[in-house]
Ligand binder design. Structure first.
Ligand SMILES: [Cu+2]
Length: 90
């Protein structure tokens, strides 16, 4: 689809934290090449102040992306108030 950036903004993901994929699941939004482990952990925690998780952009070496991995990749939690924090690394 060609309105991915718009869909991300509509979902509450701030500019600069958009990935190349968007999953909406259980009322949360997941951006980018996240591992299923991290998504499962997040869904089990059901954080109330957070709308979802994001790996911005398209780093190499993540699930679904070939290429060397340049160190741990930061997974950001996107809060309801539009702020972000590091949730995990993968
Ligand atoms: Cu991608």
């Amino acid at each position: 689809m060609n309105n991915l950036a718009e869909m991300s903004l509509d979902a509450g993901v701030p500019e600069g934290f958009q990935g190349c994929h968007l999953i909406k699941l259980n009322g949360y939004v997941f951006e980018g090449h996240l591992t299923s482990e991290i998504i499962k952990r997040f869904l089990a925690e059901k954080p109330r102040d957070t709308i979802g998780l994001s790996i911005p952009g398209m780093p190499s070496g993540v699930p679904g992306m070939e290429g060397p991995k340049e160190g741990p990749i930061k997974v950001y939690a996107v809060k309801k108030d539009g702020t972000t924090s590091i949730y995990a690394t993968q």
